[in-house]
Design a protein. Structure first.
Lengths: 304, 262
């Protein structure tokens, strides 16, 4: 028996970049995260050829899930064409041979920074969100050991106190992105810095959402058909950004989350943040037959 | 004229038996026992380092003594409370026991609003209506004679006396079965001390809250207590009705304390 018969041939790189044991760990932790919705699972978080803080957590999950038949879409704050989104998309295609797309409807796997697409996701789609700070208790409890105990006890009084303080000081809840939300009635999570506009999309959604923080080495998940309820007082309703009445100056799309573009004269114009939805709207208005999926929001209101 | 004596026919609310606690070589508490009836005020007096605060922290379940038992006669509360797990302790303290610390930094979030400090107690107990939180925080601050126009100011901007009132409001917001006070007036100006004591006295008379108050100041204990416990070096040297202890102290140490005060 030779050593060669016992070992595998040397390969310059594993499929999907990460080595098999790293992927196995991420799969195991992802399964745990799905089994206990909203609960943060620590994982080893390997090095990937990208700086921490640029989506390494999401990238590792994508590398683990991907196969040569997975159609991948990558967005950065709604845009498919930002440098970061384009780089991650190219990287994923290169290490896996997977086809890429910008069309939300055609994607199997969507890696996203800070947005959920406007078109409704399906059962067969997985959304991977990049998370900078997975711990919702961090602003109220810097000691992570105590924070874990607080999660175990569902001790979330301080989170509510934050909201109370914001209303007392500013007359309204100031929390913009990362709105703390109760998952399946048990764990409070931060849904990554998606805007308030996107949080209701997670509630009882058909798709699986995996949230992964590379620097902080935590994975949490929202399985399909899981309750996601933003923390709100009974008598102070949850409010999303007032974008329902805004119209995109480039595409004419109306009633979606917008990017504000300040103008030299002090006013602002708006562009739809989900860039692919903008592109689709333009192409269909130019007469092409374009498949625009059903959107979560209709006429600026969240559809029930 | 003396107040009419309280006739006690009920069961004790609080029974602590043979509580002992050592910190390394220091025996902070040895065999301390106490009984408190509903609506009564137990005053604990003793020199600095005699173990008063350690005993009070034990009653607030912050400290686990080496030996001893502690029971509260409340619905759904059974057995030796020192045996409760962390979660059960937290829930019991959050809803049934209020505490005012000598140092407001221990009891308050200094940079949150004062009303928020009070509201936190209500939030932990599950209140989720903003308007009710506001109203109840206002009521508790009002009962503690805190100036309501400052209810949203953070404690860090308030005087020591006002900070103690915020702590008090927080402690009584949920109508606790037991209110613990650790040197609530120590460190305050004498005039402010008198005002805070007046508030405590008024609260006690109006709401009949059962209290355990700790002080090294005999005057404070005398003003408020029905029953007095004198501690020295972790031991109880004398225990009895306030009038008895003050008028006819039995133990040499108590005599010394009482006479030094006169
Ligand atoms: N956390 C602690 N660690 C070590 N020693 C302590 C601790 N707390 C109290 N002690 C000691 O226990 C004794 C009683 O302290 P304490 O209960 O604070 O007395 P009092 O409140 O009557 O002044 C003191 O000798 C003190 O030094
Ligand atoms: Mg003390």
């Amino acid at each position: 028996m030779s050593l060669k018969s016992l070992t595998k041939d040397w390969e310059p790189m594993s499929y999907g970049f990460l080595d098999a044991s790293a992927k196995r760990e991420i799969r195991r932790k992802t399964l745990k995260a799905i089994a206990v919705p909203g609960c943060q699972m620590p994982y080893a978080s390997r090095e990937v050829p990208m700086a921490r803080g640029w989506g390494t957590g999401g990238l590792q999950v994508s590398c683990t899930l991907i196969n040569p038949k997975t159609t991948v879409k990558v967005i950065d704050q709604g845009a498919d064409d930002s440098v970061n989104a384009a780089s991650i998309r190219r990287f994923l295609a290169r290490v896996s041979g997977a086809p890429t797309t910008t069309d939300t409807l055609k994607a199997d796997l969507i890696q996203s920074r800070h947005r959920i697409p406007e078109e409704v996701l399906r059962e067969d789609q997985i959304l991977v969100l990049q998370v900078p700070n997975p711990e919702p208790l961090r602003p109220v409890q810097p000691n992570m050991s105590i924070a874990r105990q607080m999660h175990a006890d569902a001790d979330y009084g301080r989170m509510w106190l934050q909201l109370y303080e914001q209303i007392v000081r500013s007359g309204r809840v100031m929390q913009g992105a990362s709105y703390p939300s109760l998952v399946h009635g048990r764990f409070v999570m931060t849904p990554s810095p998606i805007p308030r506009w996107d949080v209701p999309k997670m509630h009882m959604a058909k798709h699986l959402t995996i949230l992964s923080a590379g620097r902080e080495k935590r994975i949490h998940a929202v399985p399909p058909f899981t309750r996601v309820e933003p923390l709100v007082f009974d008598d102070v309703p949850y409010r999303v950004e007032e974008h329902g009445d805004l119209t995109c100056t480039r595409s004419g799309a109306k009633g979606y989350f917008m990017n504000e573009i300040p103008q030299p004269d002090g006013t602002s114009t708006y562009e739809v943040s989900d860039s692919e939805l903008g592109v689709k709207t333009i192409r269909s208005s130019e007469g092409e037959t374009i498949d625009i999926g059903q959107t979560w929001y209709q006429n600026g209101e969240m559809a029930q | 004229m003396m107040d009419a004596p309280k006739i006690v026919t009920t069961r004790p609310l609080l029974i602590a038996r043979n509580v002992s606690k050592a910190y390394g070589d220091v025996q902070a508490l040895s065999d301390v026992s106490a009984t408190v009836y509903p609506g009564e005020v137990l005053g604990i007096v003793g020199e600095s380092g005699s173990g008063k605060s350690t005993f009070l922290r034990s009653l607030n379940l912050e400290e686990t003594p080496d030996t001893g038992s502690y029971t509260l006669d409340l619905p759904d509360v059974q057995g030796n409370l020192f045996d409760l797990d962390r979660y059960a302790r937290r829930m019991l303290c959050a809803t049934k026991i209020g505490i005012v610390y000598q140092n407001p930094h221990l009891g308050l979030l200094m940079k949150h609003s004062s009303s928020g400090n009070v509201a936190e107690r209500l939030l932990v107990a599950g209140e989720r209506r903003f308007s009710v939180l506001r109203d109840k925080a206002r009521d508790a601050l009002d009962a503690s004679e805190f100036p309501l126009e400052r209810m949203d100011a953070p404690p860090i901007e308030l005087s020591g006396g006002m900070q103690q009132r915020v702590q008090l409001a927080k402690a009584i917001a949920l109508e606790p079965a037991l209110l613990l006070l650790d040197e609530p007036t120590t460190g305050l100006d004498v005039s402010v001390q008198a005002l805070v004591l007046d508030t405590l006295k008024k609260l006690q008379q109006e709401r009949k809250i059962t209290m355990v108050i700790v002080s090294h100041d005999l005057g404070v204990i005398r003003t408020l207590s029905d029953r007095v416990m004198v501690m020295r070096r972790g031991k109880v040297v004398e225990q009895g009705l306030a009038d008895q202890v003050f008028q006819d102290p039995q133990h040499a140490y108590t005599q010394q304390l009482v006479h030094a005060k006169l």
